[in-house]
Write a protein that binds this ligand. Structure first.
Ligand SMILES: [Zn+2]
Length: 186
């Protein structure tokens, strides 16, 4: 009985072993294609977020730098600069994406500061605004909507005219806005 069973088993594999192997192969290829498709899908999702510039005709005063220290002439020291400073003849400051205002604060070093939370873990922060902030915490803002005006209230950085200190965070960490914004005047 036992021998007979084993033989049947062997015969079965002789007959269907190749088919079984081919089946495993097909499943493996299918899984590879499926995972590749998922990868492509997530890339497409991040690329569909189209950021606007935070000021019209913005000129970069000081670029983002997380490794090279930059000289801060106001505070007379070298420091990392985890944002971009912009200035423009048009002082309007605009939300770079649609989102929700999650805080409006004010301190003597950074002026008025508006934080907007967007989808996909993005948060944008606009510092050095004047007191005439046009949004309040909890407001929903559209992409390109004016939220305030750039000014010289960020006394820690720039005092000769209006400026916007702009930061972009992804999942709670400052990222280089150059990788997301399409800046024309660089
Ligand atoms: Zn700055």
């Amino acid at each position: 009985m036992e021998i007979n069973k084993t033989n049947k088993f062997k015969n079965f594999f002789k007959r269907y072993g190749v088919i079984a192997l081919a089946g495993v192969f097909v499943v493996a290829i299918a899984l590879t294609i499926a995972f590749t498709a998922v990868d492509r899908g997530s890339e497409v999702t991040t690329n569909t977020l189209q950021f606007e510039e935070p000021m019209n005709n913005a000129v970069v005063l000081k670029d983002y730098s997380d490794t090279e220290l930059q000289y801060n002439s106001v505070l007379n020291r070298w420091e990392a600069h985890l944002g971009i400073d912009f200035t423009s003849e048009d002082t309007s400051v605009l939300s770079v994406l649609e989102g929700t205002v999650t805080s409006v604060t004010n301190n003597s070093l950074e002026g008025y500061v508006v934080e907007i939370t967007h989808s996909d873990g993005f948060v944008s922060v606009y510092s050095s605004l004047d007191a005439n902030v046009l949004v309040a915490e909890g407001d929903t803002v559209a992409k390109g909507q004016q939220i305030g005006n750039a000014s010289n209230t960020a006394t820690n950085e720039f005092t000769e005219g209006n400026q916007l200190h702009f930061c972009l965070l992804k999942d709670g960490v400052e990222v280089d806005p150059n990788n997301y914004l399409d800046l024309q005047n660089k």
